[in-house]
Write a protein that binds this ligand. Sequence first.
Ligand code: SF4
Ligand code: SF4
Length: 112
Amino acid sequence: MTYIVTEACIKCKYTDCVEVCPVDCFYEGDNMLVIHPDECIDCGVCEPECPPEAILPDTDPQADQWLSLNRDFSETWPNITRKKDAPADADSHKGEENKYEKYFSDKPGLGD
Ligand code: SF4
Ligand code: SF4
């Protein structure tokens, strides 16, 4: 089992999650983070830290469609272990629907 990040993270990227992960398994894209499914130890401590509730266990039916995205991009995006400032417009995108279709970027973020 693993936890995964959904499209709710896109353009929010508050990064509160990375501070609490004991195994540093978050990876940073241009406008969202993903979790490496093989590194996550399934502790669950990141889930309640995420303001837009973007983190789900893979047992959640909504998680299925995001698992391969987390797996694929955690192999290529850089590791992030320290909290950064959220984008200035993060709050305005919190709770917005269909963010993957509107904004997903496959570009890497900067990482730590
Ligand atoms: S706390 Fe949530 S919104 Fe922020 S980076 Fe982590 S998963 Fe994305
Ligand atoms: S469930 Fe635990 S190990 Fe997995 S990403 Fe969240 S904090 Fe890290």
